[in-house]
Write a protein that binds this ligand. Structure first.
Ligand SMILES: [Zn+2]
Length: 201
């Protein structure tokens, strides 16, 4: 028996799950960002997932946010994901706090709560949020979405990253059209979004 198989990028699958059943269900124009090992992305305009002819496209993680910045494994320097992937966030904390390299998200959250007043931790969180604000603002100015959904292992850090991010986002308004700021929502399906999305269509 021959069964046709389609291979699709994991962030694009996760985006379909959020758009069909999850956090992006009520938005026609929206962007999904998977903040995990890297940064994957997918864009929907007028309800349709945008696709490029050749490659998967929408490599928002490789948008440069700092000229001559950190070396990215794509060969360029200063890509969004070299500042805002969760891998990068974790690596910085491991280095600053001398943690075991295998530390998992729940353990890391406990450590971060305990080390809340540590100036190194505060500095890492502050610069992470500032860089995320730059990346998200660029996405908003290009696509003018109604909402952006943040997914990947970022969702585990709701209190530490998402809540303070929202506050800064609303206060600083780094976007061109300021009357209606897009909603920034968290993924409903967390790390299962990719698997769920792969079964749709
Ligand atoms: Zn890159």
């Amino acid at each position: 028996m021959k069964i046709p198989v389609t291979i699709r990028n994991d962030a694009k699958c996760a985006a379909i799950a959020e758009k069909t059943y999850g956090a992006l269900k009520k938005y026609e124009d929206c962007v999904f960002l998977c903040l995990g090992t890297g940064i994957g992305a997918s864009v929907f305009l007028q309800g349709k997932q945008l696709t490029a002819q050749k490659n998967s496209g929408f490599e928002i993680g490789h948008m440069i946010i700092e000229k001559d910045g950190k070396q990215c494994n794509c060969g360029k320097k200063g890509c969004f994901e070299t500042y805002c992937s969760m891998k990068r966030f974790k690596e910085q904390l491991i280095l600053a706090l001398n943690l075991n390299e295998k530390v998992k998200a729940p353990q890391l959250i406990t450590i971060l709560e305990e080390q809340h007043d540590n100036s190194k931790v505060q500095e890492i969180i502050k610069s992470y949020l500032e860089n995320l604000l730059v990346g998200v603002s660029n996405i908003i100015d290009i696509f003018e979405p109604q909402a952006i959904c943040l997914g990947g292992s970022f969702v585990y850090f709701k209190d530490i990253l998402y809540d303070p991010f929202l506050k800064q986002y609303e206060q600083r308004k780094y976007v061109y059209n300021q009357e209606t700021l897009p909603k920034i929502v968290l993924s409903n399906f967390q790390n299962d979004a990719g698997i769920i999305g792969a079964t749709i269509e």
